[in-house]
Write a protein that binds this ligand. Structure first.
Ligand code: NAD
Length: 454
């Protein structure tokens, strides 16, 4: 960790180190990826404890959604790095002959990574895998709201890397803004849409490219022809994982009115199976990050008719897994991303109504569709826009290194995971190589009489 006063100094030192060319070497990048992997494995218990303290996260959930995901990203990068670094041959056209053309990936320089609190470990270190693989230096600013996790991240990075290569700056909004005042070569931000705009504005002053991984209201459509029990389990898992504080959680359900009663029964059964009669006592159910977010969420409990859950306890930052029916589109819970354990249900008779509702909102990070009807699947794919789509499950599209992940419109700019992380932190330099074998003189002045040959 470095002190706030030395941010500019650290950036200067990182720039000098980057210019030495050390980070561009394949072997160097590989060693750093392996060092990060080792450090994460060694700190597994600390990571688990930190997430228990910050979010009351169960060990299995922490392992699956944080540690395993990041280790898979590292393994995927190690396996593919050599190939990703190769120049790619491109075709040339007749005017350029004789010539060859390639694109060369080159690192951008110094990356700033600003992380959120909800999956504080994975969402801060996964982008770092891309930055290392692509040969960059990096400064990481974890979220101050998951303070225990921020400390563990700082410890892992400080032990594993020299600060002129990769370092952590801990702190809140002031620190973030202090960092953003400086010039970076890429800014990778994960957080809310409103803060994303602030980050982009600051980046624009230096013409720094940004990746913005933001949020939004991800709808989940449930058609009539589904396996109701399995659908309910997959919705409840994706919604109440981390107490609903997941950027790709299904925000609200659009349910075919013919199966709504059966689905409600199945949702209730799944909640009971996963978290018992009293989720407040379940070791597997999380807590809201702080009182501010708790207060924001409990206001939503005044909307519609609570058919499951609804209990809350401010001292413990506990809100029960809650399902709300009879929601109007103008109610508060439908105006912004919920980001908590509250699931509104809206029924539809005609699928066009569901599509209209989705398209009346800013473009979400995900659209979920539970349906076996191929025509309906195509219709949703073609008539809605979102960062990604998952058919017949929730959240899983965000959990695979081979699948690019990112938003569109208000839910974000750019993508990462696997090769797209490498691409995000690289500049693809076009190189055209000509030969002296022969020269077509047509392009040279004087032009008189040459138009007829073009
Ligand atoms: P946030 O935007 O409040 O904070 C994110 C980071 O920005 C933190 O490190 C914080 O210190 C910093 N920050 C906060 N205010 C700032 C300001 N005024 N100027 C500069 N920096 C500032 O987000 P959050 O509350 O940590 O996370 C919740 C949001 O993030 C939700 O909207 C969620 O959907 C979204 N999210 C998106 C993804 C994704 O992958 N697309 C993942 C997780 C969370």
């Amino acid at each position: 960790m470095i002190f706030q006063l030395s941010i500019s100094d650290t950036i200067r030192k990182q720039r000098k180190f980057f210019q030495s060319g050390t980070t561009k070497d394949f072997a160097f990048r590989l060693v750093q990826l392996k060092a990060l992997k080792q450090a994460i494995i060694q700190h597994q218990t600390d990571i688990t404890h930190a997430l228990l303290a910050d979010l009351n996260r169960a060990e299995v959930e922490t392992y699956g959604t944080e540690i395993l995901l990041i280790l898979s990203e590292i393994d995927y990068a190690i396996k593919n790095l050599k190939q990703w670094m190769q120049p790619q041959k491109l075709a040339t056209n007749i005017q350029q002959l004789p010539a060859s053309a390639h694109i060369y990936p080159e690192p951008l320089g110094i990356a700033l990574i600003i992380g959120p609190w909800n999956y504080p470990f994975q969402l801060t270190l996964s982008p770092l895998v891309g930055a290392i693989a692509a040969g960059n230096c990096a400064i990481i600013k974890p979220s101050e709201l998951a303070s225990n996790c921020s400390k563990v991240i700082a410890e892992i990075i400080t032990k594993s890397f020299a600060s002129e290569y990769i370092t952590v700056v801990e702190g809140g909004v002031d620190t973030s803004q202090q960092l953003l005042a400086d010039k970076f070569d890429h800014i990778f931000f994960t957080g809310g849409t409103a803060i994303g705009k602030i980050v982009m504005e600051a980046a624009a002053k230096h013409l720094t490219p940004v990746t913005l991984e933001l949020g939004g209201k991800s709808p989940c459509i449930v058609d009539a022809d589904v396996n109701i029990e399995c659908t309910a389990q997959r919705i409840i898992w994706g919604k109440f994982l981390n107490a609903g504080q997941t950027c790709v959680a299904p925000d609200y359900l659009l349910v075919n009115k013919n199966i709504k009663p059966q689905l409600l029964t199945a949702l209730q059964k799944s909640i009971k199976e996963f978290y018992g009669d009293n989720p407040a006592k379940s070791p597997d159910y999380g807590r809201i990050i702080n009182h501010k977010h708790f207060d924001r969420l409990v206001k939503f409990l005044q909307d519609g008719h609570i058919c499951i859950g609804g209990e809350s306890n401010k001292i413990e930052c506990y809100i029960a897994p809650t399902v709300i029916d009879n929601i109007s589109l103008t109610s508060a819970v439908m105006q912004s991303e919920i980001f908590g354990p509250i699931l509104p249900i809206i029924e539809y008779g005609d699928i066009d109504k569901a599509i209209t509702i989705i398209n009346s909102q800013p473009k979400p990070l995900a659209v979920y569709l539970f349906s076996q009807d191929k025509k309906l699947q195509q219709r949703i794919l073609q008539n809605t826009s979102s960062g990604g789509v998952c058919i017949n499950d929730t959240v899983m599209q965000a959990a695979a290194s081979g699948l690019p992940f990112g938003g569109v419109g208000d839910s974000g700019i750019g993508r990462y995971h696997g090769k797209t992380s490498f691409e995000t932190f690289s500049h693809y330099k076009t190189v055209l190589q000509r030969s002296f074998l022969f020269d077509i003189k047509l392009r040279y002045a004087p032009y008189k009489g040459k138009l007829q040959w073009l």
